[in-house]
Ligand binder design. Structure first.
Ligand SMILES: [Zn+2]
Length: 399
């Protein structure tokens, strides 16, 4: 009798054409961040037609559905939003009309992250059609606004659901490698105060722009970050300075400096602010985490700190072990788990909510957001099988 992995592989091979068509249709519906409605509605209909249970759209606009009734629940998340499609000139064709050439697919979102979403949709179908639905509960989420505020909309999703899954598979491009962590990020805001005055009588005031220069310089030369053996070192980069000045003949009374801080393991929120104190010291400037306000396409408002922590799972955690085993069963190749060098929804799901998480997906992360997103058809089909097998193995392990 064929092993489960062989049956899943066979199922995906038989559904290859359908999966490619599904992805082509999904790519053709523009779904830039905060404008995902049409793609979400299309997906909801598809999932209903495919026999998914509990197909719904939550208040933030994420699409959710379930397959199976196993004791263990695995949430499988891929984001449905993309960056702007880009021009026909840059791509050489309309990036919303997916092209097939040399065994690969190209178009906006095939790598980030519609290919992963398509692979998840067919993974759930395989579990049901192969009669494996008693072994795990496969929750599928197509989340919104990930490109702008990773973590925020899955947080809204979890808060609305009221219960947390036992584990999460974050489906994002990983070159078919199992991922067990990534750095976090925070947007730091530093307010340098001076005193506005007419430029012709500047001695009556204090120029906040000039006062901010040593602060910017000190941040730029700051290198003393904690080194983590898996994630490496954190970093900080000044990305913007905003002058509060009513006219161009007034010296500014306030300058707000923004800095992107990449967060490694074991660096707390307070630590990020404390380490800046000696850098801003004599200027009396105050550092804080920026507060961001967003509104999703449904009108759902989210106000939150611009703080997305890092997360790391142990290589021998049952979830990571399940994913590595599934990858080996499907591809025949052994490997270690690696890290992502970008931030995903796992920043909330694992970094804040503490749900065991693993990352995996078809496609090269280096191609994200560019005008040459290319995804090998074999990887798409293979990733779909790995998703199904990983959820299944984890469900079996947890009993
Ligand atoms: Zn992505």
């Amino acid at each position: 009798m064929a092993s489960t992995a062989e049956r899943i592989r066979g199922y995906m091979a038989a559904h290859k054409q359908e999966m490619i068509e599904f992805l082509g249709d999904l790519v053709s519906i523009p779904s830039t961040t905060y404008h995902e409605e049409q793609a979400v509605l299309w997906l909801k209909n598809k999932l209903t037609a495919y026999g998914y249970d509990k197909v719904s759209i939550d208040p933030a606009g994420n699409c959710l559905a379930a397959i199976g009734r196993g004791k263990t629940t695995v949430l499988c998340d891929a984001h449905i939003d993309t960056v702007e499609p880009g021009t026909e000139e840059a791509w050489g064709f309309n990036p919303l009309e997916m092209k097939i050439f040399n065994g690969a697919l190209s178009g906006r979102g095939v790598v980030d992250d519609k290919g992963s979403l398509a692979a998840l949709v067919f993974a759930g179908r395989a579990l049901r059609d192969l009669g494996l639905e008693n072994e795990v509960t496969f929750l599928l989420s197509a989340s919104v606004a990930e490109e702008d505020v990773e973590g925020s909309c899955v947080r809204a999703m979890m808060e609305h659901a009221g219960t947390l899954p036992d584990a999460v598979i974050v489906a994002e491009p990983s070159n078919m490698m199992v991922v067990r962590g990534h750095k976090g990020r925070a947007l730091i805001k530093i307010e340098v105060l001076g005193k506005a005055a007419h430029a012709s009588a500047a001695h009556h005031g204090e120029n906040a722009l000039i006062k901010s220069l040593p602060v910017i310089q000190a941040i730029d030369s700051w290198r003393d970050f904690r080194e983590d053996p898996f994630l490496g070192k954190g970093s900080i980069e000044v990305t913007k300075a905003v002058c509060d000045t009513p006219s161009l003949n007034t010296i500014p009374g306030k300058v707000t400096v923004f800095a992107d801080r990449r967060i490694s393991c074991g660096e707390s929120k307070q630590q990020l602010l404390d380490e800046l104190a000696p850098l801003t010291g004599s200027t009396g400037a105050a550092a804080s985490i920026d507060i961001e306000e967003i509104t999703t396409y449904t009108g759902h408002r989210i106000v939150q700190e611009n703080y997305f922590p890092s997360w790391v799972m142990d290589e021998d955690h049952p979830l990571i072990a399940s994913a590595l085993e599934a990858r080996r069963d499907i591809t025949g190749k052994d490997s270690h788990a690696v890290r992502w060098d970008f931030c995903t929804n796992a920043t909330y799901l694992c970094g804040i909510a503490g749900i065991p998480s693993v990352g995996f997906g078809p496609g090269d992360p280096a191609l994200c957001h560019g005008s040459a997103e290319v995804l090998a058809i074999d990887d798409l089909v293979c990733a779909s099988a790995v998703f199904a097998q990983a959820a299944l193995i984890f469900g079996r392990k947890m009993g």
